[in-house]
Design a protein around this ligand. Structure first.
Ligand code: ZN
Length: 147
């Protein structure tokens, strides 16, 4: 009986998921954001801990890596600086805002949206490159997002 109930629940979830996905413009990115918020994504530090990677160095700067490192000091600082120069803004997001979204709109709604999109794309970019254990480059990132 419990087994049946479980199956039924799974079918319902399966049905619900695609309709949710179609609500978003970039399903891949939104799916990533969801995973990110659920802390499913792994950093090299975690891979190292589980013996999958041979080191836990940042793929951008070579320092010891973690989620905090990646999104507070390293590549994200360069992306934010570049965004500010390109868009004549002065975004200086907190760690929480970098991880989840800037909700205040000191430079207008559209540019804030663009900024949040850039940060999301950056997280996705870092994540996919990390999985492929390839290095990340600012120029390559800019080329992909076309800032
Ligand atoms: Zn780094």
């Amino acid at each position: 009986m419990e087994h049946l109930l479980f199956n039924k629940r799974r079918r319902v979830e399966k049905k619900r998921f695609p309709s949710l996905k179609t609500l978003y413009k970039e399903p891949k990115l939104k799916e990533f954001q969801f995973k990110f918020m659920q802390r499913i994504i792994v950093t090299k530090k975690e891979l190292f801990r589980y013996g999958i990677q041979s080191d836990d160095d940042c793929i951008y700067c070579g320092e010891k890596n973690s989620i905090d490192h990646t999104f507070s000091d390293c590549f994200s600082q360069e992306v934010i600086s570049l965004f500010n120069v390109t868009n004549t803004t002065h975004f200086n997001p907190s760690m929480e805002e970098k991880l989840f979204d800037v909700t205040s709109e000191p430079f207008g709604k559209n540019v804030t949206k663009k900024f949040n999109y850039t940060l999301l794309f950056m997280k996705y970019y870092i994540y996919t490159n990390r999985l492929q254990t390839s290095s990340i480059l600012l120029a390559d990132f800019v080329n992909k997002i076309s800032l």
